[in-house]
Design a protein around this ligand. Structure first.
Ligand SMILES: [Zn+2]
Length: 452
């Protein structure tokens, strides 16, 4: 009896000492990041000297060069490029929209969705039909022919985590064009995926269903969306005019930019930390996903700066083409099939105050991660949810059963900026950005030390 008690006590004592060691180490890491971080200045260079970096644009290659340099400066043992196929869609100039009520024209703040086809140089004018839900589209399918469908589905404000509202509304952006084209629509305009109070239109990827004709599709700012909806609701004869020169060019070549830090005990076992290098074209891609790139680079810099030596090889990956087709992620996973991966973490939800991590892993692994919460809580992370990793790492879990995760910052302001002209450096807070990097670095340290 005594012996069992003694064993239990010594295990608890050992755990306590270990937790103390970890807490001291993470405090040191925090001090390093909060005083010497390069995350904010790296983000400044990426956003201001490279700027928007849509896949296939000249800035794609400038961004790759920026990433190569930043990873080298942060202390990677080696930096290399992993070639992949990326799409090359171009906007082809400024998109235009007008609301036409009884001959009176009002300009609308619109932006073509990524992958949309062109309207032709003259644009398209047609009667508008207001559709608030998928059920309504089906009920009114006989009224759609020859019209511009205006989807006005709103973010559900009752979701606390705003990404849930985005997930709920997003199919109107991604699938709306083909679903309307199926019933003869000539174009679609979609309420921007946001609940902000400004009028910036938010672009983002859309996908055509090859079974139906391709029609142009654009997003409209929220104030203008309300304007179109009230004009139609007031029973006025409402037409819309839209014009875009958007078109796809042949696919091209891009690169994942990868920095490696060799592990001392298990050099052939990998931990991945990443963000995506590409961004939509209206702005600088500061939150989406410049923040994720500089988070990953800062994890490397800070762990080195405090004298850490990883047991496993850690890879810092700046993924190509997350926004259009996921070409970078697909390539990384096809190579990972032949390697041993321990864990992959990404940051692609903005540079805001960290709240938690979402994981794609078996319940026992999620439980193991939850035991580290007391170590991270002083720095803002209070929960590990089972909501999966992000777009670039999820397939590692789905296809290869590798546990994955994503940093979950506060989501309230993310969709004020997401894919819109105001996603710029000035809208990222230095401290909030650094706290994200700090929690990621601490999490990676714990996974490297104890496994997951
Ligand atoms: Zn993103």
């Amino acid at each position: 009896m005594h012996r069992i008690l003694l064993t239990v006590c010594s295990v608890l004592f050992f755990n306590l000492i270990q937790a103390q060691d970890d807490s001291i180490f993470i405090r040191k890491l925090a001090d390093e990041i909060l005083t010497n971080s390069k995350a904010y200045s790296n983000l400044h260079t990426l956003t201001k000297s490279v700027g928007p970096r849509l896949s296939g644009s000249p800035q794609t290659y400038k961004a790759e060069e920026w990433g190569r340099q930043a990873l080298t400066e942060a202390g990677a043992d080696k930096v290399y490029l992993q070639q992949c196929q990326i799409p090359h869609w171009v906007r082809g100039g400024k998109d235009e929209g007008k609301l036409i009520v009884g001959g009176k024209e009002t300009p609308l703040n619109v932006i073509a969705l990524g992958n949309s086809i062109s309207t032709g140089p003259k644009g398209i004018t047609a009667p508008a039909i207001l559709i608030n839900s998928w059920e309504e589209l089906e009920q009114r399918k006989n009224e759609i022919k020859g019209k511009i469908v205006f989807y006005n589905y709103k973010f559900n404000p009752r979701f606390i985590h705003v990404f849930k509202a985005y997930a709920d509304a997003n199919s109107f952006r991604t699938r709306g064009a083909s679903r309307a084209a199926q019933y003869g629509a000539v174009a679609t305009v979609v309420r921007s995926m946001s609940e902000s109070t400004n009028n910036f239109p938010h672009t983002g990827g859309m996908i055509y269903n090859d079974s139906f004709p391709k029609i142009p599709t654009l997003a409209v700012g929220l104030l203008d969306a309300d304007k179109i909806a009230s004009a139609i609701q007031e029973n006025k004869t409402v037409s819309l005019y839209v014009k875009t020169n958007a078109h796809a060019l042949p696919d091209t070549i891009g690169y994942n930019v990868i920095g490696e830090w060799k592990g001392s005990e298990f050099p052939d076992e990998y931990i991945t930390v990443g963000g995506h290098l590409d961004s939509w074209d209206p702005a600088e891609g500061a939150h989406d996903d410049g923040a994720g790139c500089v988070h990953a680079i800062e994890v490397l810099r800070s762990l080195k700066a405090v004298g850490y030596h990883p047991k496993h090889t850690i890879r810092f990956v700046l993924f190509a083409d997350e926004e259009n087709k996921g070409g970078g992620s697909a390539k990384y996973i096809s190579e990972a099939k032949n390697e041993k991966h321990l864990f992959a973490l990404e940051s692609d939800a903005g540079g805001f105050t960290p709240r938690g991590f979402s994981l794609g892993a078996t319940p026992d692994r999620i439980e193991k991660a939850r035991q580290w919460i007391p170590l991270l809580q002083p720095y803002g992370v209070y929960e590990f949810t089972a909501d999966g990793g992000g777009a670039d790492v999820d397939s590692l879990y789905i296809k290869l059963n590798v546990p994955v995760g994503e940093l979950v910052p506060d989501s309230q302001r993310y969709f004020d900026f997401h894919h819109a002209a105001n996603d710029i450096f000035e809208n990222v807070n230095k401290r909030e950005l650094e706290l994200g990097a700090l929690n990621m670095a601490a999490f990676i340290y714990l996974v490297d030390k104890y496994g997951l």
